[in-house]
Design a protein around this ligand. Structure first.
Ligand code: ZN
Length: 282
């Protein structure tokens, strides 16, 4: 079976992107896997520190491995990991990739953390991602753009990637975590192109909930290979479950099923967009 890196390289060549969707329970996992299966595309399951504490790191790794044994190209990423120790725990648990997040630290501290994780992951067939530039930290609906948001300088990106030896790079290019009520800031497509020219490794776009389909397509054409969606999934899941609860149903597999269905719709729409399966989506 092809590795995550094989699929990422394939996506780069085809000018498409792999979808990365965050989940925190087995229902969310099902929604993402069923959506990807229905479209026959690879997919990455993301679990942040909070999400993996809830579902259990070993449990979600086992779920992904089981899906993969059924020949589904499903991969697991330990999303935003704020300490080297926790990144090592995730690597030992058998994830396919890990994000060491030192984005709100100094450049030097960020380099030190990322370097330590790449050295630990060496030879283990696990991809290490890091980010430079700050895009906020919460997957919520926000009143305003989070404080301290910056954009990545391409020269800094180049030096960061060379010094750390990371496999994947997450730039700050106008993207923000969460969704901004007053309107999502625009992606800086020119900056993506400039970073792509110097990076030499695949680029990952975080916080893509709320960005328009046109912007996403431009970002992919500019060089983005993986796209993260979380907030839109959370909203869909919550609304589906609320509907399920309103029906008076008490069987969890019935009222939760509506959450799964709503989440699945969002994943299918995003995967179609990222994989350029349906040009009419807007
Ligand atoms: Zn993120």
């Amino acid at each position: 079976m092809k590795t995550l890196l094989d699929y990422i390289k394939e996506a780069e060549e085809k000018k498409i992107a792999i979808g990365h969707f965050n989940i925190s329970d087995s229902e969310g996992f099902r929604a993402v896997v069923e959506a990807a299966k229905s479209l026959n595309v690879p997919v990455i399951i993301g679990v942040s520190e909070g999400e993996r504490d809830f579902i259990g790191l070993q449990e979600i790794v086992a779920l992904v491995q089981t899906a993969r044994e059924n020949s589904l190209p499903v991969f697991i990423n330990a999303d935003h990991t704020y300490s080297v120790e926790k990144a090592k725990v995730a690597i030992d648990a058998g994830v396919d990739s890990v994000i060491i997040d030192g984005a709100n630290k100094s450049f030097e501290e960020n380099v030190t953390m990322a370097k330590e994780v790449t050295e630990y992951a060496k030879g283990k067939n696990i991809l290490v991602e890091a980010e430079l530039g700050f895009i906020g930290q919460s997957s919520k609906v926000l009143d305003r753009i989070p404080e301290g948001v910056t954009e990545t300088n391409p020269e800094d990106a180049k030096s960061f990637i060379e010094q750390t030896g990371i496999d994947l790079f997450a730039p700050a290019v106008g993207n923000v975590h969460g969704m901004v009520k007053s309107g999502e800031p625009k992606l800086n497509i020119e900056l993506i192109k400039r970073i792509m020219e110097v990076a030499g490794i695949p680029l990952v776009l975080h916080g893509a909930s709320g960005n328009s389909a046109d912007e996403i397509r431009e970002a992919i054409d500019a060089g983005i290979s993986i796209i993260h969606i979380n907030t839109e999934l959370r909203i869909a899941y919550k609304e589906g479950i609320e509907e399920g609860l309103r029906s008076g149903e008490i069987a969890p597999y019935k009222f939760l099923a509506l959450g799964v269905e709503e989440m699945k719709k969002v994943v299918i729409e995003k995967l179609s967009l990222f994989n350029k399966l349906n040009k009419v989506i807007s």
